[in-house]
Design a protein around this ligand. Structure first.
Ligand code: BT5
Length: 249
């Protein structure tokens, strides 16, 4: 069923109490020609992370996927991930929580006691289809641990409920604010990159980025206008478009 959100953005929301994966449902809608549809669920029974990892999605979270048809070259689709992570970070910060963005796709809450200097609050999964150098659709999945008990999440994860000492957030407002911010940033790469930079946990860090074929260690010094990470290894500057990133200090 469609939910009326009174959004100041062009999205139409399809709500599910429980669904295997909002990204899978959004991909099916995209294949039928949908644009700016949002699939939102209270619970996912088969939530996915990147590289076939599982994503825990108990009731109380914000699990959603947006179908986009951007006028972007495939090499620039990562801009949408930059826009979405900046938008999610901004919406979360409005709830009073000091979230930071970890390249390429995580929101963290800093915590010196955590193994990697922070606990994971949210993740993004961007999937696309296209041919002949043209993007047909992009599905942008956001998993945000809103009103989920930290005990129901993997170790090193956190939720807004936990960070706010048990005080739940209004998920409707959170979702609305995310979508409005995302809509404003998705067509404005400069603003998206500025918003990203403002709350980036990764810039200035020593990082290890694992790629399928190699591992790069160095200082994260910048993000490019398509959202790639620039790593200074001491002998050269490498531009990394995707990969798993670990903060080393
Ligand atoms: C991600 O993958 O961070 C992308 C997650 C995207 C989830 C959304 S929910 C709506 C939409 N529908 C879907 O089916 N997916 C998207 P990755 O970077 O691969 O991180 C996955 C890893 O994070 C796992 O291997 C766990 O270690 C950890 N993890 C799993 N569930 C988590 C959670 N709820 N909170 C924090 N960490 C989690």
């Amino acid at each position: 069923p469609a939910v009326e959100y009174g959004l100041d953005a062009p999205f139409e929301i399809e709500y599910h109490n429980s669904i295997p994966s909002t990204n899978d449902r959004a991909r099916a809608l995209a294949a039928e020609g949908a644009e700016d549809d949002v699939v939102l669920a209270d619970e996912q029974t088969g939530g996915r992370g990147r590289l076939d990892r599982a994503w825990s999605s108990p009731t109380g979270g914000v699990w959603l996927s947006v179908v986009c048809r951007p006028a972007l070259a495939p090499s620039r689709v990562s801009l949408l991930t930059v826009a979405a992570s900046a938008a999610a970070c901004g919406a979360v910060r409005e709830t009073g929580i000091d979230a930071r963005i970890k390249w390429p796709n995580d929101l963290l809450v800093p915590d010196p006691d955590a193994a990697r200097g922070g606990r994971k609050l949210a993740g993004l999964l961007t999937e696309m289809e296209g041919e002949a150098g043209k993007v047909s659709w992009v599905v942008l999945g956001l998993g945000l641990n809103a009103n989920v008990a930290p005990d129901d999440l993997p170790p090193d994860a956190t939720s807004l409920l936990g960070e706010r000492d048990g005080d739940p957030v209004d998920r409707r407002v959170l979702t609305q604010r995310f979508l409005e911010r995302f809509d404003a940033l998705r067509t404005d790469p400069d603003a998206a990159r500025d918003a990203w930079r403002e709350h980036a946990a990764t810039l200035g860090q020593r990082v290890r980025v694992t790629l399928p074929s190699e591992t790069i260690v160095g200082d994260a010094v910048d993000v490019t206008d398509v959202g790639a990470l620039v790593v200074d290894t001491g002998s050269e500057r490498r531009v990394v478009h995707a990969g798993d990133c670990e903060h080393l200090r």
